[in-house]
Design a protein around this ligand. Sequence first.
Ligand code: SF4
Length: 56
Amino acid sequence: MLYINPKHCIDCYACVPECPVDAIFHEEDVPKEWQRFIRLNAEKAESCPPVREETA
Ligand code: SF4
């Protein structure tokens, strides 16, 4: 699972259409039933190491 650090995101939306399972939303577009993940994402993004290389 990956997390997007909201402090570093510039809201370019480039990642949204790239997700194969439509799991990425702009914060303002997150469906109501998944809103709790906004905070979880922000918390986890602070503690997980950044992804710097593409993996196969
Ligand atoms: S690609 Fe996604 S996570 Fe990266 S800056 Fe753009 S909107 Fe934010």
